[in-house]
Design a protein around this ligand. Sequence first.
Ligand SMILES: [Zn+2]
Length: 301
Amino acid sequence: MPDPNQTDRGVLEAIRGGDAAAWTRLVEEYQGRLLRFASARVPQRADAEDIVQDTFASFIKVTKTLQIETSIETYLFGILRNRLVDRLRTRWARSVCLIQDVCRTGADEGPVEPLARMPATDPSVSWCVSHSEQRQLQRQVLTEALQQLIRGFQEARKFRDLKVAEMVFYGQLTSVEIARLLGLEEGLVRVVKHRCLEAIRARIAQCDALKDASISYSEDLLTEVWETQRLSCPKRSVLSEFLLESLSPEWFDYVDFHLALMGCHFCRANFKDLQEQQTGDQHTQFRQRIVTSTVGFLSEA
Ligand SMILES: [Zn+2]
């Protein structure tokens, strides 16, 4: 009677022998079903993909010693289930959904081309050029205004106000939602928002080129500037300190907010990369420690 696991054993044997094509075929065969499984349990596709990627990484790490008793598929699903359970125990599990995913559904479609909004009744090329230049200048001034605002909050350790500003301009949340999420009075959120807009207007008023141009900046433009310039994103060195838990409590709380509640995709990717690097470093250090402590036995042999 043919062994139903014969094929799986053959695949494992090829992967153990370093056959990259066999590994690629295996990933191709199982990635779809694993992703569907994960997607049904994790709201964000990017998170589901991460978990599936981790599953394959775990699998390939054990192939050398793996004894297949059931099938590769059962084994892969077993790892995936464990990963999903682990995830529920992590700190990020408490944010059921990430603001950036919920409120910014169009974010992945790329920036809106400003000229695409040009009225069809105005075919004038010069109008296009001046409109484009004006938008460029607007962006530049808004970038400076927002940078100044954010730096001011950071230097004064006004992280509560920074969180509110980030939720208003980066997350496009309403005052009601912000008040609920941060546990603040709605009136206070409105006051902070008002002060931010005042500061931005004051900065624009200082710009001679924009003074007479009757600029009307939308909140969409503020969001676009904030996102494309990643104005409030912590530097990689700060994320690294966050990982090592060596930040001051206020900074730690803010970075946690930016990663877990705002769910900034850029910073989450960056943070994950750092985590992997740290694991790699620890692995190397551990190996070195073992080698250093055991190498003496070789000469005695
Ligand atoms: Zn960020």
